[in-house]
Design a protein around this ligand. Structure first.
Ligand SMILES: *[C@@H]1O[C@H](CO)[C@@H](O)[C@H](O)[C@H]1NC(C)=O
Ligand SMILES: *[C@@H]1O[C@H](CO)[C@@H](O)[C@H](O)[C@H]1NC(C)=O
Ligand SMILES: *[C@@H]1O[C@H](CO)[C@@H](O)[C@H](O)[C@H]1NC(C)=O
Ligand SMILES: *[C@@H]1O[C@H](CO)[C@@H](O)[C@H](O)[C@H]1NC(C)=O
Ligand SMILES: *[C@@H]1O[C@H](CO)[C@@H](O)[C@H](O)[C@H]1NC(C)=O
Ligand SMILES: *[C@@H]1O[C@H](CO)[C@@H](O)[C@H](O)[C@H]1NC(C)=O
Ligand SMILES: *[C@@H]1O[C@H](CO)[C@@H](O)[C@H](O)[C@H]1NC(C)=O
Ligand SMILES: *[C@@H]1O[C@H](CO)[C@@H](O)[C@H](O)[C@H]1NC(C)=O
Ligand SMILES: [Fe+2]
Length: 506
């Protein structure tokens, strides 16, 4: 029998004696309520959503927080502790509001022990023009013995890690002081690879019957590995094709073709993805973790959904508004909701305050790949590009193809003659090389005329640095050894309103 512990509020009440505390919630802690897989997400510049998993349901998940580790004087409480069939855990989500922007806080999820007091830093207010950097990487899966490691299965898999190479999670960890948050535009964990790994002899003892448990095991192991990053840096995610169903879009093993009919309830329709994360769509008018936006200082960030909900004018090969028979969604309440939202979101941006507008999609449309509908998403281009061009979005991150490619700014396949010196058209960068069991994809040569730099032999991630309202630098960092393999700076010729108003203040 686990020893039941009563919450010890003694220390906190001494340190917080003079501070009015939010109504404390009574709870009992036991091994099943201990926090794990803790992760953060921005909620405006005065809020933060703290999420963590537990083996049992928490009736009122709570987080204590404050400005000092010895004085976690405030408590935020929710009633969100959700699970789904096949999951081994509950996903707890608590949104903290009323925080100060750009401020470091200490927090502790319910039942955390003395070593589980973490820091979180709120987003900078809109219009704050102090330089900052972020990390971006698509297609990041499980690392280690059941994922990307120094070997692959005998019947397939490619690009194992070289002995001694750091993987992307280790690289991000070792450079953590250089980025504010990690943005992951889809393909998270690759739990749907359980069958492929088995088919390739990598997990030789697994059978179809084990699949359900393996899927959840891969998710849990990935969430555990990411905790080192996500416990004190916001983790902003978007949907990718590998987050939808358990069948990896159809997998053939020993001559048998498996499709979505093998997926149990709980492993279809983005169920794990919807349960595990809480992106700030409520404060940005978006939908779930599928499309939303947020501001950080001088930049407006937009996550889009290329997997479903492309609108009623964009009929996919298999299902309306879907690029590849995802058998998922729709998540909007009507077919054009995502596109209507994007238009409205872009119209609302005040470029004097957030001169930079950066979007991320999972499926690319400008990439040196074979033009197949499952790789190059022409209906995504048709849906999104006109709005991104009209509103002069500065940069579009793409993923899905497992390599790095930096393109010219372009519009409808036409390269902007200005290049990076004040282009009108959006700049496109594909950052899909973060790594997972099945390694890297191969670029298709000759590269597209708009490609400037491409790399398909190194795992890596993108570091994006905002210097001021006119200059932004993108770097591709090799995960193996943290070297910068590519660097380019975009210049936009525009008036820097904030700097002027600040210098005119006196
Ligand atoms: C706190 O809890 C974590 C996770 O349950 C555990 O790994 C760690 O050893 C604990 N630390 C202390 C000081 O009890
Ligand atoms: C690998 O990552 C670890 C931290 O995870 C770091 O201490 C080490 O310096 C990194 N090695 C290289 C070669 O970058
Ligand atoms: C698979 O099962 C066999 C028999 O139980 C065992 O000897 C072998 O070590 C297992 N292989 C792996 C990779 O777990
Ligand atoms: C999926 O697989 C099942 C079982 O093999 C089969 O009956 C069904 O026709 C397949 N569905 C599709 C859409 O291919
Ligand atoms: C997926 O989930 C959404 C939200 O619950 C629901 O509206 C939609 O019908 C589901 N789609 C499928 C294919 O099950
Ligand atoms: C790529 O293929 C799609 C159909 O899947 C087609 O509509 C599009 O024109 C093709 N694009 C190019 C550049 O060939
Ligand atoms: C760092 O990694 C890159 C990519 O794997 C490689 O090309 C380069 O030689 C490495 N540099 C050093 C100093 O090891
Ligand atoms: C903006 O940043 C760039 C790159 O650091 C620098 O060269 C430029 O002088 C800066 N502009 C202003 C107005 O400070
Ligand atoms: Fe993908």
């Amino acid at each position: 029998m686990p020893e039941m512990l009563k919450k010890s509020a003694l220390l906190a009440s001494i340190a917080c004696a003079s501070v009015a505390s939010a109504s404390p919630v009574e709870y009992k802690c036991c091994p099943e309520t201990l926090p794990m897989q803790t992760h953060l997400a921005y909620s405006g510049d005065s809020g933060m959503t703290v999420s963590w998993n537990t083996y049992s349901k928490l009736h009122f998940p709570s987080v204590r927080y404050g400005n000092h580790p010895d004085a976690l004087c405030h408590e935020a409480v929710s009633d969100v502790s959700v699970t789904y069939p096949t999951s081994t855990t509950f996903n707890n989500h608590v949104k903290i509001t009323g925080l100060k922007p750009d401020t470091l806080y200490y927090y502790q999820p319910q039942c955390g022990n003395s070593s589980q007091i973490y820091t979180m830093k709120t987003a900078r207010s809109v219009g704050n023009h102090i330089p900052f950097s972020i990390a971006v990487g698509g297609d990041l899966g499980l690392m280690g013995p059941d994922g990307l490691t120094t070997s692959t299965g005998p019947n397939g898999g490619n690009a194992p890690l070289a002995p001694g190479d750091n993987n992307t999670i280790q690289s991000l960890q070792s450079m953590k002081s250089e980025w504010e948050f990690f943005w992951h535009p889809g393909d998270i964990a690759y739990a749907d690879y359980w069958l492929k790994e088995e088919a390739q002899g990598f997990l030789p003892n697994s059978t179809l019957a084990d699949g359900q448990a393996l899927y959840e095991s891969i998710l849990n192991q990935f969430y555990d590995e990411m905790t080192t990053l996500t416990v004190d840096r916001p983790y902003m995610v978007g949907p990718g094709n590998h987050d939808s169903n358990c069948d990896n879009g159809g997998t053939t093993d020993k001559g048998v073709s498996y499709n979505i009919s093998i997926c149990p309830i709980g492993q279809t329709n983005f169920t794990g993805f919807r349960n595990h994360y809480r992106m700030p769509s409520d404060v940005s008018g978006g939908v779930g973790n599928f499309w939303y936006s947020f501001d950080y200082g001088m930049t407006h960030f937009i996550q889009l959904n290329t997997e479903t909900d492309l609108g009623d004018g964009f009929i996919g090969p298999d299902q309306p508004g879907q690029p590849q028979g995802m058998d998922s969604g729709p998540f909007g309440s009507y077919p054009n909701e995502q596109l209507d939202w994007l238009k409205c979101d872009l119209e609302k941006v005040d470029r004097k305050k957030t001169p930079w507008v950066i979007a991320a999609v999972h499926r690319p449309w400008y990439v040196s790949a074979k033009n197949s509908s499952s790789t190059v998403c022409t209906i995504c281009k048709d849906a999104f590009e006109p709005l991104l061009v009209e509103h002069e979005v500065d940069l579009v991150f793409q993923a899905h193809t497992h390599y790095y490619e930096r393109n010219q700014p372009l519009n409808n396949y036409v390269i902007d003659p200005a290049g990076l010196e004040n282009p009108k058209a959006p700049w496109y960068i594909t950052t899909g090389a973060a790594g997972h069991y099945d390694g890297l994809d191969s670029l298709v040569y000759p590269l597209k005329p708009y490609a400037v730099y491409a790399e398909d032999t190194a795992y890596g991630w993108s570091k994006l640095s905002f210097h001021n309202c006119t200059h932004m630098t993108h770097e591709f960092v090799s995960s193996s050894n943290n070297t910068i393999l590519d660097s380019a700076t975009l210049f936009k010729d525009r008036k820097c309103w904030i700097e002027e108003s600040e210098s005119c203040h006196h």
